[in-house]
Design a protein around this ligand. Sequence first.
Ligand SMILES: [Zn+2]
Length: 104
Amino acid sequence: MSRCRRAWARASRKARSTASEFDAEGRLGDLRIDFEAIAAHLWWLNRSGRAHGVEIGYVILDPKLQRFLFETKYGPKIRNTMRFSQKRAWVRHDEHYHVDFRCL
Ligand SMILES: [Zn+2]
């Protein structure tokens, strides 16, 4: 089992037992949200979508975490290209994010 999988399994057990969430800076135990990867994923997903007639219209990610996303290499580009949730959704979106596409 890889180091990442072990850390994830440990964090998942902890989350189930204590209902933990990532903190305000995206940390949970020894896990850290990879905002660089998320921003790059959103940018390239949008670029790929455009080649197929869709683009990202809306992203749901915990608003408290978005500033870390916007501070990344792709942050300014995605901030000006797609809308981000302004309010906390029905469940906290820290361990996953949603992407809504719209047709071009
Ligand atoms: Zn969700």
